[in-house]
Design a protein. Structure first.
Ligand SMILES: C=C(O[C@@H]1C=C(C(=O)O)C=C[C@H]1O)C(=O)O
Length: 352
């Protein structure tokens, strides 16, 4: 086929897609009307996951699973935004990893609100400035984010989804001669994450200047030919700062898990995880007794971390299943005075 013939065929497919998209949006609108009569939330992550699973299982074409996610998640986000524009507060600044996590769920059409602290994200969702909040919960190298646990304890909001991102750092500078670099800007934690790379390039001895965000690091490095930034590739691109090396972190499996919080509870998807905060009485065996109930019901516990809130020890616990599942509900009911259910949501990963 000639180029023109191929392009004619593509144009015909795009025309058909446009018609189908509009037909689909009309149906989503009708679903929205049904939801409005009952006050049900527009966003249903478990329904979106079911659609993605179905499509992936029947897919026979060139699209990979990741490509199906990318195309359809964006379409879901567009559909929801046509129904009700979504405000998404995230731990900023722009181009932070949390921003990337937010965009992976809420697409290009949502109204994003960068917030400078984790408690600030919770406050804005509670006030209703934003319908959704996105915050980090744990990193594979640095562990649990205490601020997030404290806020989950303090605020009456629900975890409605989890997102896991690979965390990669880039080394970016306007200089084309690495030996002329005299200072490196980044977040304090990132210098430690890239220590071996800096040693290998003889950059461990130059001045390391910690700044509040990697985006700020990129901005500062742009103005100075003797400076470089350690920052996510998107932060460098956003500031037109040339990337010299990609993936410079020591642990290339470095991952961060994020929670999406809102003011509603998800229905069961059949593939869920639940997070709890547990305050047990200070008696011998109370933790073992609590955990035994899960074992007896064959519930797969995936995480247990102790955490101190205002001098008091609490446990952050996660398990496979939904809070309304028949084998889980009685356990949560039995311990209702000791637990705070933080949310049940579609399981994206087994554990970080
Ligand atoms: C249309 C619905 O609402 C939203 C949009 C969806 C979609 O575009 O398919 C799916 C789930 C919801 O987030 C629905 O709940 O079915």
């Amino acid at each position: 086929m000639t180029l023109d013939e191929l392009r004619d065929k593509i144009d015909n497919i795009d025309d058909a897609l446009l018609k189908l998209y509009n037909e689909r949006m009309e149906l989503v609108h009708q679903v929205g009307e049904v939801k409005n009569t009952t006050g049900a939330p527009i966003y249903r992550p478990e329904r979106e996951q079911a659609i993605l699973n179905r499509l992936k299982s029947q897919n026979k074409g060139k699209l990979t699973d990741a490509a199906i996610d990318a195309l359809f998640l964006e379409m879901f986000a567009v559909a929801r935004n046509l129904e009700l524009p979504e405000g998404v507060a995230y731990l900023g600044p722009e181009a932070s990893f949390t921003h990337q996590a937010a965009e992976s769920k809420f697409g290009a059409m949502s109204a994003y609100l960068p917030i400078s602290s984790i408690p600030g994200v919770f406050r804005e969702v509670k006030k209703g400035t934003a319908k959704f909040g996105v915050i980090p919960i744990e990193n594979s190298s640095n562990g649990i984010v205490s601020d997030t646990i404290n806020c989950l304890d303090e605020y009456d909001l629900k975890i409605i989804a989890e997102v896991c991102l690979d965390v990669h750092m880039a080394f970016a500078t306007v200089s084309d001669d690495i030996t002329k670099i005299t200072k490196i800007y980044s977040k304090d934690i990132a210098f430690g994450q890239c220590r071996k790379f800096l040693q290998d390039l003889g950059l461990d001895e130059v001045e390391h200047i910690p700044v509040e965000s990697t985006v700020k690091a990129a901005k500062l490095a742009l103005k100075d030919e003797t400076a470089a930034a350690l920052c996510p590739a998107v932060a460098a691109k956003l500031n037109n700062l040339p990337i010299r090396f990609n993936n410079v972190e020591d642990d290339t499996n470095n991952r961060t898990r994020f929670f999406i919080i809102s003011d509603f509870e998800n229905a069961s998807s059949g593939n869920d995880k639940t997070s709890l905060l547990v305050r047990l009485s200070n008696k011998p065996g109370s933790l073992v007794n609590f955990l035994n109930d899960f074992e007896e019901a064959h519930v797969n516990l995936t995480k247990i971390k102790s955490h101190i809130v205002e001098g008091e020890s609490i446990f952050f616990i996660e398990f496979h299943g939904h809070q309304n599942d028949a084998h889980i509900k009685p356990i949560l009911e039995k311990h209702k005075d000791e637990i705070k259910i933080l949310g049940s949501y579609v399981k994206e990963i087994d554990d970080i």
